[in-house]
Design a protein around this ligand. Structure first.
Ligand SMILES: [Zn+2]
Length: 462
């Protein structure tokens, strides 16, 4: 370990209390982005961050958007690689207030029965605590070494919890300034478990489709028209039933054309990861994985594409009974995409699959509900390798290079607008109760998060 890193780690340890105090100050600012009543508080949080970063020697500013402001701060004094670090300083509303054991805006240290110290309060985990892990790492490095060893641009959003509406436009307008970095880092994700760090290197994309099947010109009496009249619910059910094969795979032609298998080393690592499939399913009251036969639940939920029926509408659904043959039936269907799957191509293949199966007298209309490609970072790239090694040094366990089943739009936008790969590295735990009453961040997450970034900064700079 370099003396510079060693000194910075020691400084972070010795001044952890002060770091916690700063987190308390930031948590106390009620930056709830979804509620207009708190717009002034959101702005105040941005201004507090800028003042703090200026004191640290960053060239920092509050940037206006059509919504809540962004914070952008640069420290580009060093040679070496340039990282763009993203987090968000806005939070979710706190209701129902009566379920909180402590005041949500007073970050409170609570010892749990396992001897873990928790920092309880809104935003302690999502995402103010995570945001500050990186800022505190910069602070510790600068305190003992003067200059950071690499170029850093900090980019903090104030409306992540309310849909990131200003984000794409802001990135477009500031493409040169923000896109000058070599790699983006996002701190808004979880550890694999309390002992195992993780780097999220892939996120699934999404395609939404609504289909409406129409047969007769109006609803019909089933006694007079039954058998003779085509029933759109039956047609819809047949179409839906045709979407999956008995082995759980998706039956749309060409669906898997652009799906890549996991690289062998990543597949092997996923097999080694502590993960209990049965417990995962049990948590949802289930027993048996329903996806592709022969694929693990981890693969099914994080590395394979999906086709899921999210809603189905048709016929008489009120109290009692009505012997109707409805004129229309519809369904909402979504696809999670992986690898190189193209949202446009998948949408077209789905529509062809449906249209090809329509019997006489049935017509279909489609409505589009969004589409975004998957995002993935090559797991053999230098930044991934350096970050993984640095995390292992801090945690003792190998970092899980994992795919996320969901979508984190900012990473896709960084790629699309700025051309930057993103590593998502976070220190939250799945029991942090983010968005819920009694949100907490373990003091250990906060402390080791700061230390992890110090090691990553040193590794990137070396
Ligand atoms: Zn978040």
């Amino acid at each position: 370990m370099s003396p510079a890193l060693e000194a910075a780690l020691a400084h972070a340890d010795a001044h952890l209390d002060e770091s916690v105090e700063r987190l308390k100050t930031l948590v106390a600012i009620k930056s709830i982005s979804t509620d207009k009543a708190y717009a002034g508080d959101v702005r105040q949080a941005a201004e507090w961050l800028v003042r703090d970063l200026e004191a640290l020697g960053f060239d920092a500013s509050v940037r206006a958007t059509p919504g809540h402001p962004m914070v952008v701060a640069h420290d580009r004094a060093a040679d070496g690689p340039h990282v763009l670090f993203y987090a968000h300083y806005d939070v979710q509303p706190v209701d129902p207030l009566n379920l909180w054991h402590t005041d949500p805006f007073t970050a409170t240290l609570v010892n749990d029965d396992k001897g873990e110290t928790r920092i309880v309060g809104r935003g302690t985990s999502d995402d103010k605590g995570q945001l500050l892990t990186f800022v505190e790492a910069c602070r510790a490095w600068k305190a003992v070494n003067g200059l950071l060893p690499l170029k850093v641009t900090l980019f903090f959003e104030g409306e992540e919890e309310s849909g990131s509406k200003s984000l794409p436009g802001f990135l477009d307008a500031n493409r040169e300034e923000l896109g000058a970095a070599d790699i983006a880092l996002v701190c808004d994700t979880d550890l694999w478990n309390a002992e195992t760090p993780s780097i999220v290197t892939s996120l699934r994309g999404l395609v939404g489709e609504e289909i409406e099947i129409t047969c007769a010109s109006h609803d019909l009496h089933s006694g007079m028209f039954g058998n003779a009249a085509r029933n759109p619910i039956q047609v819809l059910a047949d179409v839906i039933a045709s979407l999956r094969n008995p082995d759980g795979s998706v039956a749309i032609e060409g669906f898997y054309d652009d799906v890549r298998e996991l690289p062998a080393d990543i597949a092997a690592q996923w097999k080694r990861l502590p993960y209990d499939e049965a417990a995962f399913l049990r948590g949802a009251g289930l027993t048996t994985p329903a996806g592709e036969t022969g694929r693990s639940v981890l693969e099914q939920t994080r590395a394979r594409p999906t086709c899921e029926i999210n809603g189905i509408i048709g016929g008489y659904t009120g109290d009692g009974f009505k012997t109707v043959i409805p004129a229309k039936a519809s369904a909402k269907i979504s696809f999670r995409l992986v690898s190189e799957m193209d949202p446009k191509k998948i949408r077209a293949a789905f529509r062809k699959h449906v249209t090809d199966r329509l019997p006489p007298d049935a017509t279909v209309t489609f409505s589009e509900h969004g589409g975004s490609p998957a995002m993935s970072v090559p797991t053999d790239g230098p930044f991934v390798k350096q970050a993984a090694a640095a995390l292992k040094d801090e945690w003792g366990n190998e970092a899980a290079l994992i795919g996320s089943g969901g979508s984190i739009p900012v990473a896709g936008e960084f790629k699309r607008v700025l051309g930057l790969d993103t590593l998502l590295i976070g220190f939250a735990l799945d029991d942090d109760r983010i968005h819920s009453p009694n949100e907490k961040y373990d003091l250990r997450s906060f402390h080791k998060g700061i230390r992890s970034w110090l090691r990553i900064i040193a590794a990137f700079a070396a």
